[in-house]
Design a protein around this ligand. Structure first.
Ligand SMILES: Cc1ncc(COP(=O)(O)O)c(C=O)c1O
Length: 371
């Protein structure tokens, strides 16, 4: 039996009528730019994230770019981040004029290590971008006071973590709730995915929200009047309609991902070669990815491929070692926990529609490889 890494057709089959109805409302109205669905989705995502404001934009990349742009970085200004993430996190820092400063991760959660952030703060540091990787929030209770003490902006890249939460000071706090800004991606493969690109920023800061709304519309609050040079980065009305139809399912989908993750972990636990992902007890992990650490990873990957089991390596080359950042001068060996992760991780199929039989096929294929 073939098991795809992701099966968006199976998801679509389950919600087709709702999604098509929502799309046809927009099509019949022929109102594709900044239609009412955009504001409606912003209200819903702000509510989900316990945020005062949500601002739709064209992608998860732009959701990072816009608040970074609002920092008005000067040449030489530094923004500390994790090298174990999708490229967009650091690309956005570079493209808004900042210098990314990469620090190591906590090997158990794969998220940025707060003590490494503290050690990297310099007089040029302006901000920190944490990534809630694979659907599990970073240690906000440690990062937040650090940023506040030094007057740094704190951006939460929650592209993979919409609806995830963490107990901070005894209270559940949502991904995106605590930072200066939190950012989401609606890329089709995300837990809440559109039918194309899309993104959203959440913030508690009224003035920042107003600036972000301007920046996404070429820097003008009034049409044809521009206070600053911004971007064309709107969320499509059609995407907002699709996402609004999907949003009521998100909590159930996250639960189903969690159940599948628990089943994998039960099967792998106690096995010498397979290290399941650690879930910090303070976190409600939404399992955007189920990522194990294994020896002989590349051979396992070939074995899974031969068995028809979908898989992926997120991420095979950490960002401090990317050719485009060679000028920053990082060497292999400098960020050991990150480099150990990039050499040993592999992500397995996890989605709400994954059947027991499909999951058994994945588990058997992994365990068969290690005997
Ligand atoms: C951690 C992270 N940040 C940013 C992005 C960028 O999002 P997008 O692809 O919507 O631009 C993604 C997803 O692709 C991501 O996984």
């Amino acid at each position: 039996m073939n098991v795809p890494l992701l099966d968006l057709v199976a998801q679509y089959d389950g919600i087709k009528d709702e999604v098509l109805r929502a799309m046809m409302t927009v099509v019949q109205r022929q109102g594709f730019i900044m239609g009412p669905e955009v504001a409606q989705l912003e209200t819903e995502v702000a509510r989900l994230s316990n945020a005062r404001h949500a601002i739709g934009c064209a992608s998860g990349t732009d959701a990072l770019l816009l608040p970074l742009r609002a920092l008005d970085l000067k040449p030489g200004d530094e923004v500390i981040t994790t090298p174990f993430t999708f490229f967009a996190t650091a690309g956005a820092i570079h493209n808004t004029g900042g210098t990314p400063v990469f620090v190591d991760i906590d090997p158990s959660s794969f998220n940025i290590a707060p003590e490494a952030i503290e050690a990297a703060i310099s007089p040029r540091t302006r901000g920190v971008v944490v990534v809630h990787l694979f659907g599990q929030m970073a240690a906000m209770e440690s990062v937040l006071p650090l940023a506040q003490r030094r007057g740094l902006a704190l951006i939460e890249d929650a592209a993979q973590a919409i609806g995830a939460r963490r107990k901070v000071g005894g209270e559940w706090r949502m991904a995106g709730e605590l930072g200066t800004a939190g950012t989401f991606s609606f890329f089709p493969s995300k837990n809440l995915g559109g039918f194309g690109d899309g993104g959203m920023i959440v913030t508690q800061d009224d003035a920042l929200a107003e600036r972000l709304r301007r920046l996404r519309l070429h820097g003008g609050a009034r049409q044809y009047h521009h206070d600053e040079v911004g971007y064309n980065s709107r969320l499509d009305t059609l995407q907002a309609a699709v996402l609004l139809a999907k949003l009521p399912h998100l909590a159930g989908w996250s639960r189903a991902r969690g159940e599948r993750a628990r089943r994998y972990t039960e099967a792998f636990l106690g096995h010498a070669d397979v290290c399941p992902p650690a879930v910090d007890p303070a976190n409600e992990h939404i399992f955007h990815q189920y990522t194990i650490r294994v020896p002989r990873r590349n051979e396992l990957q070939a074995h899974l491929k031969a068995r028809g089991v979908g898989n992926a390596i997120y991420y095979p080359l950490a960002l401090h070692l990317q050719p485009c950042f060679a000028h920053l001068g990082y060497q292999r060996g400098q960020l050991p926990a990150t480099e150990a992760a990039m050499d040993s991780v592999i992500s397995l199929p996890i989605y709400p529609e994954l059947t027991r039989q499909q999951q058994d096929t994945v588990i058997e294929a992994v365990l068969e490889f290690y005997g």
